[in-house]
Structures are given as structure tokens and as C-alpha cells.
Design a protein around this ligand. Structure first.
Ligand SMILES: Cc1ncc(COP(=O)(O)O)c(C=O)c1O
Length: 414
């Protein structure tokens, strides 16, 4: 019998990844292990933390909420659930987005967006519309429905026989979207889903100028809903509220998660334009909730995080520090023959690698106490490093992450 390798697989994880030790505390941009190592969090965990680690105000807000109410069925209002929905509609969402649905994480939220798109068409009598067009590469989650619409080949591996078929298009071609709709049969297509800046599957990829305007036009023409997967890009990470704000288009459905609570609680959201919700109301249809949709304590965490984000101007800081990080990465890595491209927006930047595996570079950086997120969607496809530190990241921390990335790359390449 083979021995389990405790360094590579722990009891709580089915993913074989080595860990640096037990993280017992976190402060600012640092994670602190039980043996006192301080690891610089250049990825905000998994592009999650935005206001910095260890903010006591959030713990206080969650404790206060839990003292008042614990579990309340998601159909009923609770103080923070109602306040957060109001706050999102009034301060974050584009005008006309009057409906917010809560879920636990990004996969659940994208699954909900798929169901909402289907319900929209059903409510209008378009019974055949069920296909959701996704891009390659892309990542929308690890449930069977969200894997099926995603283009992360590594994460789909082995599950193909279990996944419903949905059309896929290359990430940068608007014509391919029109061709996919025509190929599938326009009256069978419910929605198109995309990340405005691609994250895990192709770190930092940004579609060409005019792509979004063209895709919006095509989707409008064919009656296909556009879902913007802002799980990584939402809530200021790219320097603007939403990823789509950079390209001057507007989706029908917005999905977001990570930055919504900065990782202080598990919570995600799906927001829909009133024109999407109206037919459901008319037809008296709905979308089933999850047991933990909009837990009041998670909504309390979110409200406290978003208020800090606004009060401290962290979205604006993401734009400024993002440019600084881009310059630092370009100076440290730009000349390497193993670096194809440095790209992205705000504090969501990718470094595409060639001739080395991103996971090896990530491990070499971790040995030097810097955590970078490994990206790519299959062996050597869009392989790269994803940088997404908390938005409070300092100039010195930026310099250190760029320098350590360069040292790690040299160590692996040599
Ligand atoms: C763009 C995008 N969508 C969806 C997800 C899935 O989110 P979760 O892991 O919270 O289910 C992720 C996770 O990284 C993501 O980056």
C-alpha cells in the first residue's frame, strides 16, 4: 500500500498541492505560519482579499450580526441581507439592476445565472433556449454545470462524459460568437458568458479593442443574454467597479463573489437588469435559493468590507498600484526569454510563461516566502502567473513580489 504524502495532500483537501505550513494569522498583505514565517500574499489568496488581512472591524461586524440572528431561510429579510442588497443596488450596480440574488461562492452564482437565463427565456415562451456559449480559455466554477460552460481544460479533465454540451468560442473573436449562435441554432441559445479579464485559465488575458461592442451587438441581435462573470474582476480589483466598465458595454446579468467580502465570509451574488427579471415576475417564476444564500453574518461582513473599500479609496488605489506592479514586473521579468507577455488590468495581472511550468515557479517563489497564483488551462496552454495582491499593497511589497518572481523564474529556468 502506498503511503499518503502529508506534504502534498491533507485530510481536508482532495487537491494535491504542497502547503507552506499551517497559517495561523494574517495581517495586511502577509500570511503568518505556526513556525513564524511571513508569506507575502501576492495573489490575495485566490484573488479574494481586497482590504488586507486581519481587519478587526470585520470580525466585530460578523460577531454583532450573529448575536442578533443566526440562520434565517433565504426567502425572508434579515437586517444585513436587506441592507446589503440595497447598498449594492444603490452604490455598485449600474442603473436598472434592481434585483440581487445571493449564493455561497462563484460556482453557485454562475450556476444561478445559467438558471436565471433559462427561466427568462422560458417565461417568454422561448422554450428551446438552453445553451450557454463559453470561451476558451475560461473558468466559471467546478460544479458540473459551470465546468460544462467553462474552457479550463485541466479542470474539466475526466469529467467530459458528465458535462452537458455547450458551444465554445475562442476568447478573442467576436465573429466566432456569431458563428457559434448560428451553428447551434439561434433559437436554442440562452446566454453568452465571459470574464472581462480572464483569471485562472489564462492569467490576465484582455480581449481586443471593439470585441465587447461587437459581441454585445451580436447578442442583442440574436436575443442572447450576456453574463459578465465578475467573480475575480468585481468590486474594484481592476481599478473600476466592474471589469466591463473598462470596455464600455453592459451585461444583462452580473455575477460576482471574491471581492464582495474580500474573503472574510463566503458569499457571492447574481444581479440582473430589470428587463431580465420582469418576464419572470410576469410568469410567476423564480430561481431556487441555496440553503446558505445570503447568510446574515456574511452580508454583514460584505457591508463592512465594501464600506472600508469606499472609505479608503481602494478601487482607485488598485488602478495606481496596478500600474506600479505592472512596471515592477516588466522591469524584473520583461527581459526573460521565458516571459511571453505581461498583461491584465488594475491589480489583476498575468505573466504568461514559456519553456517553464508556472507551478514550478510558484513553488520556487513560495520557498522564498511569496505566494503567487498558478494559472493556465492545461499543459503549457496559457501557462502563467497571476498577481492579485490585496488592494492595500505597498510599494515595497510590490517591489519584493516582482524581485522574488524573477529569482524564482531564474531558479527554475536554470
Ligand atoms: C471567474 C471565476 N468564476 C467562477 C469561479 C468559481 O468560484 P468558486 O471557486 O467560489 O466557486 C472562479 C474561481 O476562481 C473564477 O475565477
Amino acid at each position: 500500500m502506498s503511503e499518503p504524502n502529508p506534504g502534498h495532500r491533507s485530510r481536508f483537501s482532495l487537491t494535491p498541492q504542497p502547503a507552506p505550513g499551517t497559517i495561523v494569522r494574517a495581517e495586511g498583505c502577509e500570511l503568518i505560519t505556526d513556525d513564524g514565517r511571513r508569506i507575502l500574499d501576492a495573489a490575495g489568496g485566490a484573488v479574494v482579499n481586497n482590504i488586507g488581512h486581519g481587519r478587526a472591524e470585520i470580525a466585530d461586524a460578523v460577531a454583532a450580526a450573529l448575536r442578533q440572528v443566526d440562520y434565517v431561510v433565504p426567502l425572508w429579510p434579515t437586517p444585513n441581507r436587506t441592507a446589503l442588497a440595497d447598498y449594492l443596488v444603490e452604490r455598485w450596480l449600474p442603473s436598472g439592476f434592481g434585483q440581487v440574488f445571493f449564493a455561497g461562492g462563484g460556482s453557485e452564482a454562475n450556476d444561478t445565472a445559467m438558471r436565471l437565463a433559462r427561466m427568462y427565456h422560458l417565461s417568454r415562451g422561448d422554450e428551446q433556449r438552453h445553451r450557454v456559449i463559453g470561451r476558451i480559455p475560461s473558468y466559471h466554477g467546478s460544479t458540473l454545470a459551470t465546468l460544462a460552460i467553462g474552457g479550463h481544460m485541466d479542470r474539466r479533465d475526466g469529467f467530459d462524459p458528465m458535462l452537458a454540451e455547450h458551444p465554445k468560442v475562442p476568447w478573442n473573436s467576436a465573429e466566432a460568437v456569431a458563428a457559434a449562435i448560428e451553428g447551434a441554432g439561434p433559437d436554442t441559445v440562452a446566454a453568452f458568458i465571459a470574464e472581462p479579464v480572464i483569471g485562472a485559465s489564462g492569467p490576465g488575458l484582455v480581449a481586443p479593442l471593439d470585441y465587447w461592442a461587437q459581441v454585445s451587438e451580436i447578442c442583442r441581435e440574436y436575443g442572447v443574454l450576456m453574463i459578465s462573470d465578475e467573480v475575480m474582476t468585481g468590486f474594484g480589483r481592476t481599478g473600476l467597479r466592474w471589469g466591463f466598465d473598462h470596455d464600455h458595454w453592459e451585461p444583462d446579468i452580473i455575477v460576482s463573489a471574491k471581492g464582495l467580502t474580500g474573503g472574510y465570509a463566503p458569499l457571492s451574488m447574481v444581479a440582473a437588469h430589470d428587463r431580465v427579471v420582469a418576464p419572470l415576475i410576469e410568469a410567476d417564476k423564480g430561481v431556487m435559493f441555496f440553503t446558505y444564500s445570503g447568510h446574515d453574518s456574511a452580508c454583514a461582513a460584505s457591508l463592512a468590507v465594501l464600506r472600508i473599500l469606499e472609505a479608503e479609496g481602494l478601487m482607485e488605489r488598485a488602478a495606481v498600484q496596478g500600474e506600479r506592479l505592472r512596471s515592477a514586473l516588466t522591469a524584473a521579468l520583461g527581459g526573460s526569454p521565458h516571459v511571453n507577455e505581461i498583461r491584465g488590468r488594475g491589480l489583476l495581472l498575468g505573466v504568461e510563461l514559456q519553456g517553464v511550468a508556472s507551478i514550478d515557479v510558484v513553488m520556487a517563489a513560495l520557498e522564498r516566502d511569496v505566494w503567487i497564483y498558478p494559472g493556465g488551462s492545461g499543459p503549457a496552454v496559457n501557462d502563467g502567473l497571476l498577481f492579485a495582491p490585496p488592494l492595500v499593497v505597498t510599494d515595497d511589497e510590490i517591489d519584493r513580489m516582482a524581485q522574488v518572481a524573477a529569482e524564482a523564474l531564474s531558479a527554475v529556468a536554470d
